[in-house]
Structure formats: C-alpha cells, structure tokens
Design a protein around this ligand. Structure first.
Ligand SMILES: [Zn+2]
Length: 243
C-alpha cells in the first residue's frame, strides 16, 4: 500500500490533477482521476483501470455486450481487465509467460504459456484478448497463427498494441539463431510482472497490423476506435478480427 501511494505521488503533477464523475466500461458509475496528461495516469477510482483499459473494454462491450456464455482467453493473469473478465464472462482462461516454467505448467496459480506455442487444443475459445503483448512477441505471425488455431469458428480476437498512425510496421529487433539482433536502438516497456522498462519491444506496429492478421487467415481484420469514457481525450484503436 505504501509503495502504491509512493508511486501515485511520483505520478502526480499537481497542475494536471483533475477529478470527475462518469461511467466506467468495466465497473459502472464511478469517479475518474487524472494524475497527469497520459493514459496510464488516468484511472477509474473504483476498479483502478487506466484510460487505455477503459477504451479497450468499451470496444469489447460494444461488439460483445453479453460475455456470460463465452469462454475467454486473456494473455495475462492480473489487473483490472482480468477482474472484469472474471466477473463478466462464462469461463476465463488466463496465462502469463515465464521463462523458467515449462509451457502449460503453473507458477503458483498462474499458468505459463508462450503465445507462439500454446498448449491448448484447437477451437477451444470464443474470444481471445490481449493488451500490450504482441509488440514483445519475437515472431508475431506465429502468435497470431496460434490464436487463430485456438479460436472457435466465429470466434473473435481483440487486442491492443502501441499503434502508430503510420501505415507501416517498423521492426526494431529480431531473433536469429537464438540471438537477439537489433535493427534499431532497443526500446523497453514495463509490465505487471517484470516491472518498469524490462521487456524488449520487437516492433512499433503501424496500421498494417491488420494485413498480418489477414495473412494468417483471420476474417475482416480491422481497427475499431474505442470510446473516451473520461472525456480527457484518451481513446485507443483496438485491433479486431474474427475466425
Ligand atoms: Zn472502473
């Protein structure tokens, strides 16, 4: 708790601080806080989701208003999105990638999966979701193929990545013969398990991410603009495709 307050104080820019009431796509009527002018510093005070997560879930709610009969696979195991799915969906399967755990085995209660080599049977899920994962996947086409394989016919993939407005994806790094080769200076992002600036970003996706999904066989891949529930000007493009 003390650590959280310390992080919150660090995040705080007093002149940008703002509060307002509104409707959170994850948890309903609430208050929003803006600690600073970027999406991760904008939060729902009830469920703690960020502006990015709220925008993502606004698209989930718009396209699939009732998740109660759906089996959802989410490529993470913690946080406000996971709690929302556990409350809303009929069945939820969660995983994380750990480099020290065999695929399909558990670290504590969390199953280890590598999206390039999932251990699930084909056509297991109605919906697959992921937020800010694919830019860290070395061979993203392998990951997209795997999600296509485990989705049922008519199933839907919904994901976010940092999405540049330019049309073409820029590759930053590659793995060749097990070695990382940098094409551009390394860029790192943080994550919930490994912490701040700890995960290598393999590419900066452009709008052509939909072509990659098309290439592996997805139907009607597109970018759907999410809502801006707080009204502070932050919304996400969500990549959506069906099988
Ligand atoms: Zn909320």
């Amino acid at each position: 708790m003390f650590r959280k307050i310390k992080i919150a104080t660090k995040l705080l820019k007093w002149r940008n601080l703002d509060f307002k009431s509104g409707y959170c796509p994850l948890c309903g009527p609430t208050f929003f806080v803006k600690l600073d002018n970027y999406e991760m510093a904008i939060r729902c005070l009830r469920c703690r989701s960020s502006a990015a997560t709220m925008s993502f879930v606004s698209v989930v709610n718009r396209l699939i208003p009732d998740l109660s009969e759906k089996h959802v696979y989410e490529l993470s195991a913690q946080g406000p999105l996971v709690k929302f799915l556990l409350r809303s969906a009929g069945k939820v399967t969660l995983s994380e990638y750990f480099d020290d755990v065999p695929l399909g085995k558990y670290k504590g209660k969390i199953q280890c999966q590598d999206v390039e080599r999932l251990t699930y049977d084909k056509e297991s899920f109605d919906i697959c979701t992921s937020t800010e994962v694919f830019e860290h996947v070395p061979h993203d086409l392998e990951g997209f193929k795997e999600l296509y394989r485990i989705l049922k016919r008519g199933g839907v993939l919904m994901l976010t990545v940092p999405l540049s407005p330019v049309s073409k994806t820029v590759e930053r790094a590659k793995i060749i013969d097990g070695e990382i080769q940098y094409l551009l200076p390394p860029e790192y992002h943080g994550d919930r398990i490994r912490g701040f600036n700890s995960v290598l970003c393999f590419r900066n996706y452009g709008q052509d991410i939909v072509d990659r999904l098309d290439f592996v066989g997805f139907h009607h891949p597109r970018i759907v603009q999410g809502d801006d529930p707080t009204g502070w000007g932050f919304s996400r493009g969500v990549v959506v495709a069906s099988k």
